[in-house]
Design a binder for this molecule. Structure first.
Ligand code: PEP
Length: 250
């Protein structure tokens, strides 16, 4: 049986009071399921509300959506991995397409952020994905393997085996379009092969690879049925507690 991961990326939504209300609704109806973890990535200001709500639930964890690569210092407006860890985060999204494409995050930046996360004891959830022109040019597998390789550059096998990965085609994020199950299967198999190569063995081949891009309650089951899809990373559909419940229970 697969060990599944359901991750909610709230992006720049859910103020602390909204996050607390969401968590009350969710916790009131979601009972622990041994085959899965549910992760919440609220905006940093709402992390405390989520951490407080889930404090006694080992199957639920919180993370931040971004970190700086330095451990501390004069970086006004930035958040270090250590500060996030101190506030209760256990995970961090790294290389989300909105960071790459809207904020100019480079592959070298993702490597520095992975290293910073590991130093502080945060688990990186590394996001990779191709743009539509890259897909149309037949470059999908080369691009996602390169992004994954770059993010894990210089890391030892233990770190490679400890991360999470999300395949998120850029053209599917927030657009209502999803990869077909065969397309997801091909991309996930390539990422698993790359992980095995990077980590030099079976442990790294067992790293969960999530699918992300317009996942909702109607299409989630079809995606989870794909062999190498170990969970989902969800933006828009994770903002509504009832829809997120339906997804996390699927
Ligand atoms: C995301 O932000 O990671 C994402 C997949 O968004 P959406 O589900 O809205 O496409």
């Amino acid at each position: 049986m697969k060990s599944l991961v359901f991750a909610a990326n709230w992006k720049m939504n859910q103020a602390p009071a909204d996050a607390a209300l969401f968590m009350r609704t969710f916790l009131g109806q979601y009972t622990r399921q041994n085959d899965r973890r549910v992760l919440f990535f609220p905006p940093a200001v709402s992390l405390h509300a989520v951490v407080e709500a889930i404090h006694d639930r080992a199957d639920l964890q919180a993370g931040v959506q971004n970190i700086h690569w330095e451990d501390s210092g004069a970086f006004t407006g930035e958040l270090s991995a250590g500060l996030a860890r101190g506030a209760g985060a256990r995970y961090v999204l790294i290389g989300h397409s909105e960071r790459r494409h809207l904020f100019g995050e480079t592959e070298a930046d993702t490597a520095k952020k992975v290293a910073a996360a590991v130093r502080a004891g945060l688990t990186p959830l590394i996001c990779v994905g191709e743009t539509l022109p890259q897909r149309e040019a037949g470059e999908t597998l080369a691009i996602i393997r390169r992004q994954l390789h770059a993010a894990l550059e210089g890391q030892d096998a233990g770190v490679v085996a400890s991360v999470l990965v999300a395949y998120e085609p850029v053209w599917a994020i927030g657009t209502g379009r999803t990869a077909t199950p065969p397309d997801a299967a091909e991309a996930h198999a390539a990422l698993k092969a790359e992980l095995r190569e990077l980590g030099g063995g079976e442990r790294s081949g067992a790293v969960p690879v999530l699918y992300g891009g317009s996942v909702n309650r109607s299409n989630v089951a079809g995606l989870l049925a794909v062999d190498d899809v170990d969970g989902v990373l969800v933006g828009g559909a994770s903002l509504d507690a009832e829809q997120w419940l339906a997804i996390a229970r699927s």
